[in-house]
Write a protein that binds this ligand. Structure first.
Ligand SMILES: [Ca+2]
Length: 328
């Protein structure tokens, strides 16, 4: 069994990513820990609880994590995921996630118990990881792996202005820019760390019909939940990335990071790079990109994914959502 902790700012794509984990019989989800991002952290915890309950996974514990960035002002994503992270559907779990115990402390305690065995998935800003690193600088080395939805991707050789590259500019990276100090803290540490950011994830725009069809043909509660919370979300993606046939599409960002962990053969391209901070001159937002190592490179090398087998990821999502409950 693969032991996973999932750190989530539970919006629409996080919900789908949680389902991929919950549906996999070889995954033991030790904990879900919330973070601010798509919505407030308290709400993200309740949304994770709702998703797991819908999957029949009341056994998975959910904890509240960081409610605000280390130093920046709090920013959220209501225009994409709704004020509640669930497309303004107002869905709430039967019982709310309590404020205690604190998710960061839970993470540190679980690492003590399962030394070197935990795969950590960070689907939102990296604030929980940064707070844990401040208390345990060897944290990343004590995890089996860490997979993070973030970074602009790998910069070209000798490119000192990757921000000018349209491939980077087209997709913002809120997980990093919402708490750049936390992202930099993670980038400073050694470990088996994989970054899979919007450079990759925005390529996977899935027709809304894909989910509607699964929901209609299976009547599966998780598939129904995806379609229930994604109407406005698909509207945002369809406006942002108009398709030639005018069909409605939606992003599945966080699912790609989950797929890269559960099915490593689906990673079609990745490089090991030190991470460097770049600033968007228009907005002042700061981002990380993987740069080529210098000859005497001292910074940690982390893995930066730049391509995936997108059809394979879709197959994984389809298989997971079609799998009959119970998922355990
Ligand atoms: Ca997320």
């Amino acid at each position: 069994m693969r032991k996973v902790i999932v750190d989530t700012d539970t919006g629409v794509d996080d919900a789908l990513a949680l389902m991929l984990l919950a549906a996999d019989p070889d995954v033991e989800i030790l904990a879900a820990i919330s973070v601010f991002g798509n919505c407030e952290s308290e709400r993200a915890a309740d949304n994770a609880r709702y998703v797991l309950d819908t999957c029949g996974r009341e056994d998975v514990p959910v904890y509240r994590g960081a409610a605000a960035p280390l130093h920046q002002d709090l920013r959220l994503n209501p225009g994409i995921h709704g004020e509640d992270g669930f497309g303004n559907t107002g869905l709430r779990p039967a019982r709310s996630v309590p404020a205690e115990p604190d998710g960061v402390q839970v993470l540190l305690d679980l690492v003590d118990v399962h030394e070197g065995e935990i795969d950590y998935l960070a689907l939102g800003p990296q604030t929980n990881l940064a707070l844990a690193l401040q208390r345990e600088p060897r944290l990343l080395e004590r995890l089996r792996s860490t997979t993070i939805v973030g970074t602009l991707g790998p910069a070209l050789y000798n490119d000192t202005e990757p921000w000018a590259d349209r491939r980077f500019r087209i997709s913002r990276d809120p997980n990093v820019s919402f708490d750049i100090d936390a992202a930099q803290e993670v980038a400073r540490h050694e470990g088996d760390v994989t970054w899979c950011g919007p450079y990759v994830t925005r390529q996977a725009l899935v027709p809304e019909d894909f989910f509607l069809q699964i929901a209609a043909t299976t009547a599966s509660p998780p598939a129904q939940l995806v379609t229930a919370i994604s109407a406005d979300y698909a509207g945002f993606y369809t406006r942002s990335y108009p398709q030639p046939d005018a069909r409605r599409v939606m992003g599945i960002n966080d699912s790609l990071a989950v797929a890269s962990l559960l099915r490593p053969e689906l990673v079609a391209g990745a490089v090991r790079r030190p991470l460097q901070t770049f600033r968007d001159p228009e907005t002042g937002d700061r981002y990380l990109a993987g740069v080529h190592p210098s000859r005497d490179e001292k910074r940690p090398l982390h893995r930066v994914v730049f391509d995936m087998d997108f059809d394979g990821v879709l197959d994984l999502i389809g298989e997971s959502l079609r799998r009959p409950l119970p998922w355990r």
